[in-house]
Design a protein around this ligand. Structure first.
Ligand code: PLP
Length: 492
């Protein structure tokens, strides 16, 4: 679906015609709330003149308004003109507890007053200690050591650096390569980008860090013909492809395999039954580390603190970010097994890596308050109790001709749109451009739903609402999607 010549094609790019960002969580306000006064216009001018939006065709805003989200409350956000939107994407897979939680904001403010900043270089501070202990208790198996970062990309990079230095320290210096899946997104910094499986967002930055190798993902809807009618066999085939890649590269050169519990990019690919058990076996056979990239899938997104717990596998490293603070402050990190820490626990051995703001006191305090909310309100229980209803509500959309596949788990779903349901024919690049950028994203936003229309794989709409959502929110999403997808079909 993606055109390699256009790096923005499969990224968070904007329609040249109007303002909406079909690839991002937000779209322009053109035609939305009433026209703004002078302050509103000044803000628009300043945004156009000075702000550089990420993964965004800025030219789209030469004419159209820049969407400005001003405040949030519960499952909803409000733009600067007061219009309300259901946040069906938790911002960007982040706001697990919902918006506007005073107790979490106040925990951050209290911490800033007590100790705004101190580094984790040689020193500790109380909140980082408490948070590390709490995360180690929540994490599966012997993942007892927390190395904090500020973002998901840094977490992914840190895990790669740890794997490399660990193997160098333990007499296997040739291991540096990492395997990851086609279309998977693992971040944008140079190392993380080498692990990311989206050619179009890598191409402008080549050559990247050497060592990234691709394996198939678990998109069963697009499974190869010879295995397309047996989910379990497909899963084992996809896992065995990892073994094939390890053998092809040379087992002594492979350091790690990076997998998300449910692959986000491409539109939520859950693991087939048996997939992770087989991957674990393969990693053990060849001494390769299994990194579970849970930047999206941890902290309740799948009804568990960690996605690997849902699917019953034991990673060597978990990377996390986003939901650990529900976005009330930035934080990321990796949880590493005791075994990986061991070579660094004696003598002069040091993991030679760090960033200034990692485990920031305010972010750590916020993360602790966030986890308190999870416990007090049993958010994992809420997801588990309601996920079947979420799925069933979205599956109602199957009666629309444009809806080909509804897939996901927990509160994390993708809806793949097709041109022909019977043959699963997808849209041409031009149709996809027209559908996503020309219509869908703007229309969904205008209709009051924040979600993500994406064609980094085949065209999908993605939903990842706050974990506080219940059936009434699912119904609201379904109704907006039904109306907008019906219009989209009529315009094709
Ligand atoms: C699985 C995964 N890994 C890594 C990242 C990068 O995280 P960040 O944007 O915080 O650097 C993301 C971001 O969405 C992600 O989904």
């Amino acid at each position: 679906m993606t055109a390699p010549t256009d790096p923005y094609r499969s990224s968070q790019a904007h329609a040249p015609r109007r303002g909406p960002d079909p690839m991002g969580p937000a779209a322009a306000l053109e035609g939305a709330a009433g026209s703004g006064g002078p302050a509103d216009q000044a803000q628009q001018e300043a945004a156009r003149r000075h702000l550089w939006l990420h993964f965004t065709r800025m030219s789209a805003y030469n004419e159209a308004d820049v969407p400005v989200i001003e405040r949030g409350e519960g499952q909803y956000v409000y733009d600067q003109r007061g219009k309300r939107y259901l946040d069906g994407l938790s911002g960007l897979f982040v706001t697990q507890i919902g918006h506007g939680r005073r107790e979490v904001a106040e925990a951050g403010a209290r911490q800033a007053a007590e100790l705004a900043y101190f580094p984790l270089w040689s020193y500790a501070h109380p909140r980082a200690v408490e948070l590390a202990e709490r995360l180690a208790a929540l994490a599966p198996g012997d993942l007892n050591r927390v190395f904090f970062t500020t973002s998901g990309s840094e977490a992914v990079e840190s895990a790669w650096k740890l794997a490399k230095q660990y193997f160098k320290t333990t007499g296997q210096p040739g291991r540096y390569k990492v395997l990851s899946r086609e279309i998977a997104y693992h971040g944008t910094s140079m190392g993380a980008l080498a692990i990311t499986g989206l050619p179009s967002i890598k191409e402008p930055f080549e050559p990247l860090t050497p060592g990234g190798v691709r394996v198939p993902n678990t998109n069963f809807y697009r499974a190869p013909g010879f295995i397309s009618d047996d989910l379990a066999a497909f899963g084992l085939w996809a896992a065995d492809e990892i073994e094939r890649a390890i053998l092809m590269e040379g087992p002594d050169s492979v350091a790690a395999v990076y997998l998300e519990p449910v692959q986000n990019s491409g539109g939520c690919f859950p693991p087939p039954p048996g997939y992770f058990a087989r991957v674990r076996e393969i990693c053990d056979r060849y001494g390769v580390l299994l990194v579970s990239d849970e930047v999206i899938c941890a902290f309740g997104r799948l009804g568990y603190y960690f996605g690997s717990q849902r699917y019953g596998y034991q990673p060597d490293i978990i990377t996390f970010a986003k939901g650990v603070t529900s976005g009330y402050a930035p934080l990321g990190g990796m949880l590493a097994s005791d075994r990986l820490m061991e070579p660094f626990s004696e003598g002069s051995a040091t993991f030679l890596h760090g960033v200034t703001f990692a485990g920031h006191p305010v972010s750590s305090a916020v993360a602790l308050a966030n986890l308190d909310v999870f416990e007090k309100e049993d958010l994992l229980g809420n997801v588990r109790a309601n996920e079947a209803t979420f799925r069933a509500t979205l599956e109602k959309l199957y009666d629309l001709p444009i809806v080909g596949d509804v897939r996901g788990d927990g509160y994390f779903y993708g809806i793949e749109m097709v041109k022909d349901k019977a043959t699963r024919e997808t849209f041409s690049d031009e149709e996809s451009e027209r559908l996503l950028r020309g219509f869908l994203s703007q229309a969904l936003f205008d209709a009051g739903l924040i979600c993500r229309a994406d064609d980094r794989g085949d065209p999908v709409i993605q939903l990842a609402p706050p974990l506080t959502c219940g059936p009434e929110h699912f119904t609201e999403m379904e109704q907006i999607l039904r109306s907008v997808l019906t219009q989209a079909w009529s315009q094709l």
